[in-house]
Design a protein around this ligand. Structure first.
Ligand code: ZN
Length: 249
């Protein structure tokens, strides 16, 4: 693990950015814009097989406007849906049905992962976007995906607690805050857990706020994110992931 010498930083990362979810993010995006916070947008090329970006010119224009403002687009899966059959063992069942149902890149072998990653990068390139990062849905890149990433022109990938520079091979500690907002009890637990994480990681060189579309449906989650961002900006600089890596290099 390496810690850069720069001042403490913060990345605000919007997950699952797609034509189906972009509207829900608008109040938060406007809030971040007022604070001058650049966003890292994890964009899905064809969200759940129903959001092929080539058929959504308005969304593409919205992303182009964000890029012009200094946001960054990273590749976040291709479909963001785990369509492979279950393997039949309890660990596989837990990871792919209880922990998440979205782990698209968890079970892909190297060839399939490489093909799908290239397909996503090509779709982005066709829209004029150059993504330097890939984040696996649910932060679950399987061994096949990890191997495939080594042969691609990508700068970084991340897990739930690290940011991995694929060029220098450095793994940077990057604690992340994330909500599980699907049910009332999960939201109550999320608030307590995230407040504790804020305290525990107050000296971390890089902290990530990972927002999901479902968070935007719940007042407690929305309030937490806007409060946390406002408070963190008093002692941290907000950067996109690529900009942070440039400074750390
Ligand atoms: Zn996701």
């Amino acid at each position: 693990m390496a810690a850069p010498e720069s001042e403490p930083a913060l990345c605000v990362v919007l997950h699952d950015v797609a034509p189906q979810t972009w509207d829900a993010y608008q109040p938060f995006v406007a809030f971040a814009e007022r604070l001058g916070v650049p966003l890292t947008l994890l964009v899905v090329p064809d969200f759940h097989h129903a959001g092929d970006l080539r058929r959504h010119p308005q969304f593409v224009s919205a992303m182009n406007a964000r890029l012009a403002r200094g946001d960054e687009i990273a590749l976040h899966g291709y479909f963001h849906a785990d369509d492979l059959p279950l393997r039949g063992d309890p660990v596989d069942f837990f990871m792919r049905r209880v922990y998440t149902r979205e782990a698209e890149f968890y079970r892909l072998d190297t060839t399939a992962a490489g093909e799908r990653l290239r397909r996503g990068l090509e779709l982005f390139a066709g829209l004029g976007w150059h993504a330097s990062g890939f984040v696996a849905p649910a932060w679950l890149p399987g061994p096949g995906t990890r191997a495939a990433l080594r042969g691609l022109p990508l700068r970084y990938t991340s897990t739930s607690q690290t940011l991995i520079d694929l060029r220098s091979k450095r793994t940077h500690k990057a604690p992340g805050l994330v909500w599980s907002a699907r049910s009332r009890w999960r939201r109550a637990v999320s608030e307590r857990v995230n407040l504790a994480l804020l305290r525990r990681h107050r000296a971390a060189p890089l902290l990530r706020l990972g927002l999901h579309p479902v968070d935007m449906q719940h007042a407690a989650a929305r309030q937490f994110w806007t409060d946390a961002l406002t408070q963190l900006l008093t002692c941290r600089t907000a950067l996109t992931k690529s900009t942070w890596l440039d400074q750390a290099a």
